[in-house]
Design a protein around this ligand. Structure first.
Ligand code: NI
Ligand code: MN
Length: 227
């Protein structure tokens, strides 16, 4: 069986290869100068997962969904918003899981906000737990450290990797991500939502060192690389 390939496209955008399908998460590429080596016209997506409605997570949804005829997966309000614009999607809500052809998806709580860029109601923000027969990952979306993270190891398969925001200011920072790692029972963390804007620039060496001291691994992904 194949693992999940994860390609980092900057900020909180990841392209996952799961069971032969391309699953894109939180596309924000054209608005991210750090990702100017990524051409959104080249991106192949069967599905687009949207954690919440903020612009730095949805900017390229319509372009990429239009190019690929991709199906959107998010909370009910965000899916309704895009369905009204003619896109196809599958609405979920917190605590619910559903099986797709690429794997299983559970939409879980995030402590954040979710208004869409035009002021429309983006529902409540969330994260995704995704799993196949042999691999399980958590994509937290934008969130504070929250006690609800303790529910994930109780209700989902054992995590192989958790993708957590580490940039602070708008989300938890890397110090809190260490507590999240404990709550999630997962010592392998990949960071996101760092360096894109001045308030979320972080010291990479310091962040990694803090994790290493707790015998945990922090992967700080490089844009364009596959893991
Ligand atoms: Ni946000
Ligand atoms: Mn954000």
């Amino acid at each position: 069986m194949k693992n999940i390939d994860i390609t980092y496209l900057g900020h909180s955008c990841f392209l996952l290869k799961m069971n032969g399908k391309n699953v894109l998460v939180d596309p924000f590429i054209s608005g991210n100068p750090l990702a100017n080596n990524i051409n959104i016209e080249d991106i192949k997506a069967d599905y687009i997962l949207i954690t919440h409605g903020h612009g730095d997570h949805v900017t390229d949804v319509e372009k990429i969904a239009g190019n690929n005829n991709a199906s959107l997966i998010s909370n009910f309000e965000i899916i309704s918003y895009y369905q009204n614009k003619g896109f196809e999607g599958h609405g979920m809500n917190h605590g619910g899981k559903f099986s797709f052809d690429f794997g299983h998806v559970k939409y879980v709580t995030a402590q954040h906000s979710s208004m869409l860029p035009d002021g429309s109601n983006g529902g409540n923000p969330g994260g995704f737990v995704l799993w196949t027969d042999n691999t399980c990952i958590y994509i937290a979306g934008d969130t504070a450290l929250t006690m609800d993270m303790k529910l994930i190891p109780m209700t989902c398969p054992k995590l192989d990797l958790a993708i957590l925001p580490i940039g602070d200011n708008f989300t938890m920072g890397y110090e809190d991500a260490i507590f999240a790692s404990d709550f999630l029972d997962c010592d392998k963390i990949m960071g996101c939502h760092f360096d894109t804007f001045p308030p979320i620039k972080i010291d990479h060496a310091k962040a990694k060192e803090l994790f290493a001291k707790q015998n945990k691994e922090l992967i700080i992904p490089e844009i364009g690389n596959t893991y």
